[in-house]
Design a protein around this ligand. Structure first.
Ligand SMILES: NC(=O)c1ccc[n+]([C@@H]2O[C@H](COP(=O)([O-])OP(=O)(O)OC[C@H]3O[C@@H](n4cnc5c(N)ncnc54)[C@H](OP(=O)(O)O)[C@@H]3O)[C@@H](O)[C@H]2O)c1
Length: 289
């Protein structure tokens, strides 16, 4: 297939490109900024979008989004334009061409009050980011009933460097700070490796899957525990890292436990992710500030 990957320079998109490079697919890489080998386009602008739509693709893997919940909460119109309108326009183009559409979504479409969540559960987001992603899912499926929607939990990866992976970067910064720091120990996370998401997408495309799929790790953890685990794997002191046991006050509310039930994709033969600590042990040599 000729696959247009939007957000190809991003945390997830870059690992999708890397994974698909070893397959038979031809990849067209889109990013916002100019980069060699990429088609730069602002997908919130009609003429840029048309430039992408005119290319020779028969599948779109749409990863681009405003993904920071606090920014989305504050800049709602920008979040809507990127997360909903651009996704809808790309899905419309795919539908007109009868091409496959793959949309990356999030566990934040759920409130976190009633985990674990199955693919059939009704989204009930508690922040604007989650609202935009749930709305985009609906519009994509209305236009492309054979689309793949992949909802993922908090991502980590190293392909584009440490800074591009907020979970890893904030942990390393906290460890390196050596001053007492309180880190959230209330919100439950199931961090999933971007390489595993790329492998899952490749798997779903190969079996011609249709519909919504969940992917997260089976690690039930918190940002505090993640930071302690990373410090221990790097052999660094973390006695200055303390648990914050009250819910942090942020512009956007976070689901307390948006655990995704992933039994659907496992039942098709896709394997469970490596535990977080095992994966970090494998990639930790690439951690550079
Ligand atoms: N990160 C997470 O923890 C997480 C968790 C759950 C779900 N997700 C979902 O996973 C997907 C990928 O997230 P990510 O973390 O990989 O994102 P990311 O690292 O922030 O990457 C965003 C990508 O989108 C591009 N982009 C931004 N604005 C654009 C615009 N106006 N027009 C065209 N391209 C634009 C960026 O290009 P430049 O690099 O050129 O700026 C970059 O390639 C998103 O759909 C997100 O909702 C993420």
């Amino acid at each position: 297939m000729n696959i247009l990957v939007t957000g190809a320079s991003g945390l997830l998109g870059s690992d999708i490109v890397l994974y698909f490079a070893s397959s038979d697919h031809q990849i067209i890489k889109n990013s916002f900024s100019e980069r060699p080998g990429f088609i730069a386009a602002d997908i919130t602008k009609k003429e840029d979008l048309n430039k992408l739509i005119a290319l020779n693709w028969d599948c779109i893997v749409h990863t681009t989004a405003a993904r920071d919940p606090d920014t989305c909460e504050i800049n709602r119109q920008d979040a809507f334009n990127l997360n909903v309108t651009a996704a809808e326009e790309l899905a419309k183009a795919a539908a007109e061409r009868r091409a496959k559409f793959v949309f990356i979504s999030t566990d934040y479409v759920f409130s976190g009050n009633n985990p674990p969540y199955m693919e059939t559960d009704k989204p009930d987001p508690i922040n604007y980011y989650g609202e935009t992603k749930a709305e985009a899912e609906k519009r994509v499926l209305a236009l492309c009933p054979d689309a793949i929607i992949m909802r993922v939990s908090v991502l980590y990866g190293i392909n584009t460097g440490l800074k591009a992976s907020p979970l890893l970067y904030s942990s390393i910064k906290a460890i390196e700070s050596k001053t007492e720091l309180l880190i959230d120990n209330t919100i439950i996370r199931y961090p999933v490796y971007t390489g595993d998401v790329a492998a899952a997408l490749n798997f779903l495309l190969q079996i011609n899957a249709i519909g919504i799929f969940h992917l997260s790790s089976e690690d039930k953890t918190t940002k505090f525990q993640i930071t302690k685990d990373i410090a221990s794997l790097l052999g660094k002191d973390s006695s200055h890292i303390k648990p914050l046991n009250t819910i942090p006050l942020t512009p956007a509310k976070r689901p307390i436990d948006s655990h995704l039930d992933c039994s659907k994709i496992y039942s098709l033969g896709f394997p469970k992710s490596l535990p977080f600590k095992e994966r970090i042990d494998i990639i930790k040599d690439k951690f550079k500030m």
